[in-house]
Design a protein around this ligand. Structure first.
Ligand SMILES: [Zn+2]
Length: 172
């Protein structure tokens, strides 16, 4: 996990639990947690927010990572992942098709630049690149959390007509 992603997610926890953490504590947390991939850490943070009454200790977040690995061990053994910057190694790219009635319609395509989709997604799902999706006018979901929160109109300009405030376009 990179430090920038870590800092953003810790900021989320800090605000949610209304608890300040010192730079020294942040350093210790990062040292203990840096082996967790960005996306799994985001999932861990969401899980803590959904299920915990207390600001997590490093062991709580590590436990999520250990459980995650145990659940995914079979996939990892059968279809070893290759490094792929296009899809972050996931094998798929998520994009927003449209917003309807306040709901974001998230869809996905197979990553056209790797085979990491094997064992997860059938070949009937089209394989595309981010560039080809953007050419078609779709907004790529870059961050896992954006599936759950109101998309930032700066990051996802195609979602909002120019004269519609984001609040009205996507009221959740
Ligand atoms: Zn890929």
């Amino acid at each position: 996990m990179d430090l920038q992603h870590f800092t953003i997610e810790m900021g989320t926890l800090s605000s949610f639990f209304n608890r300040k953490i010192t730079p020294a504590q942040t350093e210790i947390y990062f040292d203990r947690l840096k082996s967790i991939p960005n996306k799994v850490f985001s999932e861990a943070v969401i899980s803590v927010i959904d299920t915990s009454s207390f600001f997590p200790k490093p062991k709580d977040l590590l436990q999520f990572w250990w459980d995650w690995k145990r659940e995914h061990v079979q996939d990892i053994a059968m279809y070893p992942r290759t490094h792929c910057p296009e899809c972050d190694g996931d094998g798929f790219i998520e994009y927003i098709d449209h917003i309807s009635g306040g709901y974001v319609d998230v869809r996905l395509v197979r990553c056209a630049k790797c085979n990491n989709w094997r064992g997860k997604i059938g070949t009937f799902v089209p394989a595309m690149t981010k560039a080809s999706l953007r050419e078609k006018g779709f907004s790529i979901i870059e961050k896992y959390e954006d599936r759950h929160i109101k998309p930032d109109p700066v990051l996802y300009p195609n979602l909002y007509p120019d004269d519609t405030p984001a609040e009205e376009a996507c009221p959740f």
